[in-house]
Write a protein that binds this ligand. Structure first.
Ligand SMILES: CSCCC(=O)C(=O)COP(=O)(O)O
Ligand code: ZN
Length: 266
C-alpha cells in the first residue's frame, strides 16, 4: 500500500492520482480508510470482509478487494464515473491502484447509488447481523424472509424511506428483507435489486449467513443507520434468548401509577 499524500508526484505518475489526493479528512478517499478502521474495531470488516463505498456527485470511490480494510490508504482507492459507464457490469475506472482488484461488493454498492441515489453504502460482516439471519431461517418461504421489530427507541435512527422526509417513530415497525447468500459476492446483486424493488423504502438488506448492506443519502445517514441496525440486531438476539418478542403491542397509555394512601396524622 502507498504512503503519504504527495499531490505533485501523484499528478506526475498519471493514473489520475489527484482524484484520491486531498488534505481534507472528509474527502472520500480519506474517509473510506478512516471509516473502515473504525468499523474493524466493531468487528464489521474483519478478515478483509465487508467494506464501504462513497459517491460524490458522479464519482464513486471504492476500496480494493481482499485487503485488510482497516489498513487501507487513500492511494488504494478506485474511482469511477457513473456517467462514463456504458455498462455497469463491464466497468471502466478513472483511477486504479496498481496490482489490486476492485471490491467484489462494487455492483451492490452501485445498485444503492443508481437505484436509490445513495451517497454511501456500507457492507458489514457483523456477527449480530449473521445471527439474526440464522434466527430467521425457520421463516418460509425462504425467498421472502423479513426481520421486523417495533417499539424500540433506536428505530428512530432510521429514515422513513426512499424520497421521504423524516425518520421512523418509536411505534413504527422497521422491516429489513433477507436475501440468500451466493457463492460469489457479485452474484448477490440481482437478489439485492429484487429486495429493493419489493421493499422500496428499505435502507438495508440482510444476507443470510453473511452480513448486511446498508445505504443512505450521505455518509452520516448511512453510518447512523448501520450503527442503529447493529444495535437492534444485537438487542434482537438477546431478546430471543430471553423469550421476548421483536414485535409487541405496547399500550399507547400506560396504567396510571397507584397513588399512595394519605399519611395518617396519628
Ligand atoms: C472473507 S471476505 C469474503 C468476501 C466478502 O464477503 C466481502 O465482503 C469482501 O469483499 P471485498 O472484495 O471487498 O474484499
Ligand atoms: Zn461480504
Amino acid at each position: 500500500m502507498a504512503g503519504q499524500q504527495e499531490p505533485e508526484k501523484a499528478a506526475e505518475r498519471g493514473n489520475n492520482d489527484h482524484l484520491v489526493t486531498s488534505d481534507s479528512h472528509a474527502h472520500p478517499a480519506n474517509l473510506i480508510p478512516s471509516l473502515c478502521a473504525k468499523f474493524w474495531t466493531l468487528g464489521w470488516v474483519t478478515g478483509t470482509g465487508g467494506g464501504c463505498s462513497i459517491r460524490d456527485g458522479d464519482l464513486v470511490y471504492i476500496a480494493p478487494s481482499g485487503v485488510q480494510k482497516e489498513l487501507m490508504q487513500h492511494s488504494d482507492i478506485y474511482v469511477l464515473s457513473l456517467a462514463a459507464q456504458a455498462d455497469l457490469k463491464n466497468r471502466t475506472y478513472l483511477r486504479s491502484p496498481p496490482s489490486l482488484k476492485p471490491s467484489q461488493c462494487t455492483p451492490l454498492f452501485l445498485a444503492a447509488f443508481t437505484r436509490r441515489g445513495a451517497g454511501c453504502c456500507i457492507h458489514t460482516h457483523s456477527q449480530w447481523a449473521v445471527l439474526v439471519t440464522l434466527l430467521l431461517e425457520t421463516q418460509t418461504p425462504k425467498n421472502d424472509r423479513l426481520f421486523e421489530i417495533n417499539n424500540i427507541e433506536q428505530i428512530k435512527g432510521f429514515g422513513r424511506g426512499f424520497q421521504m422526509q423524516g425518520n421512523l417513530g418509536y411505534h413504527d415497525t422497521l422491516r429489513i428483507p433477507v436475501i440468500e447468500n451466493t457463492a460469489h459476492e457479485e452474484d448477490l446483486t440481482e437478489f439485492l435489486e429484487e429486495a429493493m424493488d419489493k421493499y422500496p423504502d428499505t435502507y438495508a438488506v440482510l444476507v443470510r449467513r453473511h452480513g448486511v448492506y446498508v445505504w443512505g443519502d450521505n455518509v452520516h445517514k448511512a453510518k447512523t443507520m448501520c450503527e442503529s441496525l447493529d444495535y437492534l440486531f444485537q438487542l434482537a438476539v438477546e431478546m430471543k434468548k430471553l423469550g421476548l418478542p421483536w414485535i409487541s403491542d405496547v399500550p399507547e397509555t400506560l396504567p396510571a401509577p397507584k397513588t399512595a394512601a394519605p399519611a395518617s396524622k396519628n
